[in-house]
Design a protein around this ligand. Sequence first.
Ligand SMILES: [Zn+2]
Length: 296
Amino acid sequence: MICFFQRSIKKTIVIEGIGLHTGNKTKIKLIPAKENTGIIFIKDGVEIPANIDYAKRFDFSTTLEKDGKVINTVEHLLSALYLTGIDNVYIEIIGDEIPILDGSAHLFIKHIKSAGIKSLREEKIYAVLKEEMLVKDEDKYIYGKPSEEIIFTYHADYNNNIIGNRKFSYKPNEKESFNSVANARTYCFIEEVNYLKNLGLAKGGSLENAVVFDGDKVLNPDGLRYEDEPVRHKVLDLIGDLYLLGYPLWADIYSYKGGHRLNAEFVRNIKENGAVELLYASEVLDKNNILTKIAV
Ligand SMILES: [Zn+2]
């Protein structure tokens, strides 16, 4: 969401659930924070900023680690915070993984909205991409370029009919775009399930929190929320991982078959190359002549 002022939440939110990969019960507490705090996870008293510097593992989800404290599967919660325009919050975790809930960002957003969003006094800061950036891994790539508007696109190219070759773009100025990304659930193929479980992953996975495909068939009794739900979910993952830059990225991003590892490499490259400039919302808007559709 494009906002003028920084945001936090009005009151503490407690969310319980199970971890997708660990299968363990887990609980998080979102605590209001003041201007310029950023998004800070807290585990056993250790503060871990939601920043690429602490992103350590990318096997089917994104993991943060600092001083031996590990937090798994942060990306959907980070997406929910990005989508609701929240820049400042403490997230205390009791457990080792963020709850998977329904596998999308929808329920996090519901909790955030029911607690209330608080507009703070400082202007929001955007990380505006200054130059083109490309990261590649075989045929997969993520390409970013400076842009007047924010666009995050995912292009899937699967050799099957159900996902196939499709693209989906998120543009924060378009209201519909918000829900269409937020509601998209994580997914996997039935043949991956055993493989993941052998790796000690997806222990908490079920039809309650993931879409499972068997070839071109959807095993979930209620089917898909959108015909292109998997591609939309990839956009959701991309949004969450890009938020590890520490600021919302202002750019046109195109991911062709990217995943968590490539997303993280992209963010790391931006940071290492100083490819963004930090600008206040008013400066970004002036620069791009944007006058409307800004949430306060
Ligand atoms: Zn995901």
